[in-house]
Design a protein around this ligand. Structure first.
Ligand SMILES: O=C(O)c1cc(=O)[nH]c(=O)n1[C@@H]1O[C@H](COP(=O)(O)O)[C@@H](O)[C@H]1O
Length: 241
């Protein structure tokens, strides 16, 4: 496997530019990139994103989870292109036309285009939650259904929980990107995540990238927490990691 550090995106969920810059600096070199999402973007906008990742900064995962009519989502993707994100998120529940529109909008950036990832079933949901919104199917079945739809709609990969990684990999093949949150080292708090695994377990199941937030950012020493996670992955995989 490739170096585990480059496969970790540290999710920096804060409204403050200074806090985001501090954490990004602390984990630089230990993780592969920074994920900035709704909380930060709504508070600080594109200028805030530039202030944290800059031109020569770490790869950016811009996690805005777009979900709207196809024309609006395509416009949102195009509006984000100047930030040069490596990855962007949309919701697969927006349907095939919306996913296709997002993929086409990203493609307009040419070689620098962001990879579009479709969120399947949020890692904070379980079967009871799905039932409450009228989707009375097993979570894994729904995730695989949405992942296949995402692939057929031309997006680059999906966001899914570690519990479905192996199933999605089998259904969608080796080149479909699996970005996996819901990651909790054995020593970290679960918080609001429901479908979780440790970093090593998720990579062993076939995840391409791990999204890890609070186990790193809520630690009194984020740099040490990130190093501990990478060391644990190395321990698990030995020389090949
Ligand atoms: O799209 C995501 O990144 C995402 C999808 C999902 O199903 N679950 C999920 O937790 N996330 C994001 O991944 C990050 C996880 O953060 P922690 O729970 O602090 O590790 C958060 O920023 C979430 O917004």
């Amino acid at each position: 496997m490739t170096a585990p550090a480059s496969r970790i995106y540290c999710s920096v969920d804060t409204t403050e530019i200074d806090a985001a810059r501090r954490i990004a600096g602390q984990v630089a070199g230990t993780v592969g990139g920074i994920k900035l999402g709704l909380e930060f973007f709504i508070a600080q906008g594109p200028a805030g994103i530039r202030a944290v990742v800059g031109e020569d900064g770490p790869p950016l995962f811009l996690d805005l989870k777009l979900h709207d009519i196809p024309n609006t989502v395509a416009g949102g993707v195009r509006a984000a292109l100047p930030l040069k994100p490596a990855f962007m998120t949309i919701h697969s529940a927006g349907g095939p036309a919306m996913m296709r529109a997002a993929a086409d909008a990203a493609a307009s950036a040419g070689a620098d285009r962001p990879k579009i990832l479709a969120v399947t079933v949020l890692t904070s949901l379980d079967e009871g939650d799905l039932g409450a919104v009228g989707q009375s199917v097993p979570v894994a079945e729904q995730v695989v259904r949405l992942a296949k739809l995402a692939k057929a709609s031309g997006v680059d990969g999906v966001v899914c929980s570690p519990a479905e990684v192996a199933l999605v990999r089998a259904a969608c093949g080796p080149d479909f990107i699996l970005m996996v949150p819901g990651i909790r080292p054995a020593w970290a708090a679960t918080n609001d995540q429901k479908r979780i695994m440790t970093p090593a377990e998720a990579l062993a199941a076939g995840a391409d990238h791990l999204v890890i937030g609070r186990p790193i950012t809520a630690d009194p020493d984020p740099a040490a927490a990130a190093r501990r996670i990478v060391a644990e992955i190395h321990d698990h995989f030995g020389e090949t990691a």
